[in-house]
Write a protein of this length. Structure first.
Length: 490
């Protein structure tokens, strides 16, 4: 797994500034005020920071931005980064500033003199999150494991505050690694093995094999994987950090390790992107990891359906009728609408086995959600306004885009089949909504439920505020906060 950049918090030692190697970063407030470390760097550089602060350049610099002095005189560092940040930044400003430092760092050692800055832990979180690189398959990988030292007023407090944030970062890194991994490496078996390893963190992990799934009657899930040589699996991860016997939150993820479309084969151009079609399962895994690492005081169960959607002589055909675990029959019109076939069985199983207090499913479910919302927001569908609001609030607080979409009887009617209980597609119109309607048929009335269509946000072609191009880990921060705010309330 991609390791977090090693971080050390130490007390401010202004003498270290002169002799540090790599990069040195200091803070100047928007009004030009400097702490003791920045003042020392200013003195070492014979007033270079003060000259910059007095210049037109400083007036133009935006908050959170950095100006770099290369090879500053009086210091051994190869660069002095002057970060403009108020003493008491918002969480978003602090994280963004950290991300800015990560982008500059480029794998070099960094001494960050935070002086009396508040929210040092959030700056560090932003730094670590943005410092991710997926280089497992690069033979000339840059070394990104050089250390960062954060000098601050209260290093013990900072490192205590940073611990739960670094747990979230580790969770997000797991999600990103899984989502970035090519499908020849991340087979269903490899995926299950990586989840099973999380039992070392105190999670109870079970792997259900094809024979188990057959016995449970998960025919819609199994039909998706039946054309692949990789065996279909369901993995159940339980974190019981809450009250004994209290109903858990259930997180359910679509884990299609590769989606060719099956017999309804996708066009060749861009098909390689379908290595990320297990992104929902990746978010479930990463969230469970974060919860376990920070020992969340809540009961949460994560379930993922791991399958590969391939065409073959055994593959499910358009027109086949399959019986779900629930007992409802589905006419498979398009084998490329496979995610809902996987999720419906896992969601039903989650409710039958755990009677969850709430259920959130995550899936790279439809291309249509990208047409509707682009790469800025995930589509949010829910049968429960309060539950939905608490999720939207958590996502907003974490800066993860999420936008509520409608559900309704008229959309549901589009799933009517002539020969079975339902079809697996509705048609071109409102493709993301009919997909959600399909899922809702497998949600019990008493289960508060949220469906997150993350097709547009799980993996992106250009960098976001906290992630480089590729897998983002979208959702780990929001779900972690949802658990903290709604399930760890005492
Ligand atoms: N995995 C895809 C959805 C997807 C598309 C995810 C683009 C990420 C990026 C899903 O299984 C799919 O193929 N959906 C079809 C549904 C259609 C056949 C009703 C789609 O969106 O075209
Ligand atoms: Mn598909
Ligand atoms: Zn898919």
């Amino acid at each position: 797994m991609t390791a977090l950049t090693p971080l050390t918090f130490t007390a401010t030692d202004i003498d270290a500034l002169a002799t540090a190697t790599g990069r040195v970063a200091v803070i100047v407030a928007p009004d030009g005020k400097m702490g003791q470390a920045a003042r020392r760097a200013n003195r070492l550089t014979k007033g270079a920071i003060a000259r910059f602060v007095a210049s037109e350049g400083f007036e133009k610099i935006k908050m959170g931005q950095v100006t770099t002095l290369a090879w500053p005189v009086g210091m051994t560092a190869e660069a002095l980064d002057i970060l403009c940040l108020p003493r008491n930044p918002s969480v978003a400003e602090a994280r963004k500033a950290g991300a800015t430092l990560a982008k500059l760092r480029g794998g070099k050692t960094m001494l960050f003199a935070a002086d009396g800055l508040r929210r040092v832990a959030e700056v560090s979180f932003g730094l670590v999150m943005r410092d991710y690189t997926f280089s497992d398959h690069k033979s000339d990988a840059e070394t990104h494991d050089t250390a960062i030292t954060v000098m601050c007023a209260n290093p013990d407090d900072a490192s205590t505050d940073a611990a739960p944030l670094l747990a979230i970062a580790e969770g997000a890194f797991m999600t990103r690694d899984l989502t970035n991994e090519p499908a020849n490496v991340l087979t269903t078996t490899e995926f299950a093995d990586r989840l099973a390893e999380m039992s070392a963190l105190g999670l109870e992990v079970e792997v259900l094999e094809e024979a188990d799934l057959e016995k449970l009657g998960m025919r819609t899930l199994l039909c998706v994987g039946q054309g692949s040589d990789s065996p279909s699996k369901v993995v159940v991860m339980q974190w019981n950090g809450g009250k004994k016997g209290e109903a858990p939150l259930a997180l359910v993820g679509k884990g299609v390790v590769f989606d060719t479309g099956g017999i309804s084969l996708k066009p060749g151009a861009g098909m390689e992107d379908m290595t990320m079609d297990m992104g929902g399962a990746g978010v479930v895994a990463g969230t469970m990891r974060a919860l376990a690492l920070r020992k969340a005081k809540a009961n949460v169960v994560g379930l993922v359906g791991l399958v590969e959607n391939m065409p073959s002589g055994n593959a499910v055909r358009p027109g086949d009728v399959i019986t779900s675990m629930k007992g409802d029959t589905v006419e498979v019109i398009n084998t490329d609408a496979e995610g809902r076939l996987v999720l419906c069985d896992v969601m039903w199983y989650a409710q039958e086995r755990f009677s969850p207090a709430g259920m959130v499913d995550l899936a790279t479910l439809t291309g249509a959600i990208i047409i509707g919302l682009g790469h800025e927001n995930a589509g949010v569908f829910s049968n429960n306004d309060d539950f939905c609001k608490s999720f939207l609030k958590a996502a907003e607080a974490e800066g993860e885009g999420a936008w509520r979409m409608p559900l309704g009887k008229a959309y549901d009617a589009l799933l009517k089949s002539r020969i079975a209980d339902m079809k697996n597609i509705g048609g071109r119109a409102a493709g993301s909504v009919t997909a959600a309607q399909f899922l809702q048929r497998f949600v019990k009335d008493e289960t508060p439920w949220i469906h997150l269509d993350i097709a547009g946000v799980a993996s992106v072609k250009s960098a976001t505020s906290l992630a480089p191009a590729g897998a983002t880990g979208w959702g780990v921060m929001a779900l972690n906060r949802l658990v903290a705010d709604a399930y760890e309330t005492e």
